[in-house]
Ligand binder design. Structure first.
Ligand SMILES: Nc1ncnc2c1ncn2[C@@H]1O[C@H](COP(=O)(O)OP(=O)(O)OP(=O)(O)O)[C@@H](O)[C@H]1O
Length: 463
């Protein structure tokens, strides 16, 4: 076939597949010969051979035939000697070796991108499964992560991990990547943040390297994208992410995604992406509880003590921190590190006093803000009465006393004024609240059962 015939067919294909597909997939093809109904093309990469063969064969054959070329099927040959991981402008390919090679199905040609060439983010060596403390709030997420890391047939795809700030999503993602790399070094694992994904995508568009981009992202065995909420509202990045996602799922490759909230709650994320993200297993990391925080502190303190055996902890310091710093694990870790640094500087035992002095700002910022509504709910639960009764007008003692307890705790644990508290108790006057608070203050002294109840409630509200 003459080159100008292929040139004319290309013009038709431009209209048929659109400018972007044409530039990415058709333009780089070079027609070499037609033999016994097989139209032979050279392509820059095996990925491209596969992709064009799967997605554009029919349309190419159709237009070839319409132009009078007797083609019934296509064959692609990857031309050797190209740039390591990229396409070469059409028309510049060295042809010698590839042309004399035995024709091979496109799928058998394999141009490898080595793991080190993958544009991923580095993994933190500390973020392993061994260093991850498991407790009730994260046991499901941990189990799912372990399962994915162990490999075997893909059971849930994608694995979607979500949770609030600093609860261990990134730690788990890195742990999975470490484990897979250790167990199956031949697998190509690509970990990166959604922000980096966008950055690579924009860069590829700008440098006209979309073929490389697609090739790399669609040729990995495990794709891990952290903080996916970042692409919300970024239309072209979402589009590309969606296609990458589909291409990998189609090939049964594992995808692991993390976000700060559930897929359905990510605003400005296309519905089709939301529903794709929900297809596999969605697990959340719950806010830490006291036991998990204490476990994390103990593990970290032990590791630190192994390094600095002279370091002394007074009893109750770790418990105090686990009790007081409830925001997230990152803050907890930061507090512990500061404490260690301070203690080794002043060369003193870490006492409760030293802890309070050294971490005053963190402790203040971490003070939990309890609401009047939470107090009312907990008190109602504790005394097995209805929440509406706490707020309502009933005056029988079995209801009036718990109501006074709730008023007392509201005064103690929140910064609300008496009139504000009164308003939240069904619009009562501030004098009624004041009376309730005083009554409980007095009664506590004589009534040990009441004192215990209040202590229990205070603890529950603090946790
Ligand atoms: N269960 C845990 N055991 C040990 N360390 C933990 C645990 N959970 C969190 N951490 C530690 O807390 C810090 C914050 O965790 P990580 O970066 O994984 O949080 P994240 O959920 O990804 O937060 P972000 O939403 O900010 O991205 C890390 O140093 C991590 O090692």
């Amino acid at each position: 076939m003459k080159n100008d015939t292929w040139g004319r067919v290309k013009e038709q294909l431009l209209e048929a597949v659109g400018r972007s597909n044409f530039a990415n997939w058709i333009e780089p093809l070079e027609m070499v010969e037609i033999e016994e109904g097989v139209a032979v093309f050279t392509v820059p990469t095996s990925f491209m051979a596969n992709w064009v063969s799967r997605n554009f064969s029919d349309v190419i054959v159709k237009h070839l035939v319409a132009a009078g070329v007797p083609a019934t099927r296509l064959d692609f040959k990857v031309v050797a000697n190209r740039r390591a991981n990229g396409a070469v402008p059409a028309g510049n390919q060295p042809k010698g070796d590839a042309m004399s090679a035995t024709p091979a199905p496109a799928a058998e040609v394999n141009v490898e991108t080595k793991p080190e060439e993958l544009p991923g983010a580095p993994l933190d060596a500390r973020f392993t499964f061994d260093n991850f403390v498991v407790g009730k709030p994260n046991e499901l997420a941990h189990a799912a992560a372990r399962r994915v890391a162990e490999g075997g047939p893909v059971t849930f795809n994608p694995l979607f991990l979500y949770g609030g700030v600093g609860l261990g999503k990134t730690h788990l993602m890195h742990a999975i990547a470490h484990e897979i790399r250790e167990r199956s070094p031949e697998l190509r694992v690509l970990y990166l943040s959604a922000e980096q994904f966008m950055y690579r995508f924009v860069q590829a568009l700008r440098d006209r390297q979309m073929i490389d981009f697609k090739q790399i992202f669609r040729s990995v065995d495990v794709l891990m994208v952290d903080d996916v909420q970042f692409i919300a509202g970024k239309d072209s990045t979402q589009e590309e992410f969606f296609h990458t996602f589909n291409a990998l799922v189609d090939q049964n490759k594992q995808i692991i995604i993390s976000a700060d909230r559930a897929p359905g709650e990510i605003k400005d994320l296309e519905d089709r992406i939301k529903s794709r993200l929900q297809c596999g297993l969605v697990v959340d990391l719950h806010p830490t509880d006291y036991e998990l925080r204490l476990g994390i502190l103990q593990t970290k303190a032990e590791a630190y003590r192994a390094q600095y055996p002279d370091l002394q902890f007074a009893d109750g310091v770790l418990e105090f921190l686990a009790h007081r710093i409830t925001t997230n694990v990152r803050v907890l870790e930061g507090a512990l590190m500061r404490l260690f640094a301070f203690a080794s500087l002043v060369d003193r035992e870490i006492t409760l006093e030293l802890t309070q002095e050294c971490l005053a700002d963190i402790l203040k910022a971490s003070d939990r803000k309890v609401t009047v509504e939470e107090i009312q709910r907990k008190v109602a639960e504790h005394y097995s009465i209805r929440l509406s009764d706490i707020i309502g007008p009933k005056r029988v003692r079995s209801i009036a006393r718990p109501r006074q307890v709730a008023m007392y705790l509201s005064k103690q644990l929140t910064s609300r004024s008496l009139p504000e508290i009164g308003r939240r108790f069904g619009g009562r006057d501030h004098t009624t609240v004041m009376h309730g608070v005083r009554r409980i203050e007095d009664l506590q002294i004589q009534d040990s059962q009441l004192a215990d109840d209040i202590e229990l409630l205070r603890h529950a509200l603090d946790a």
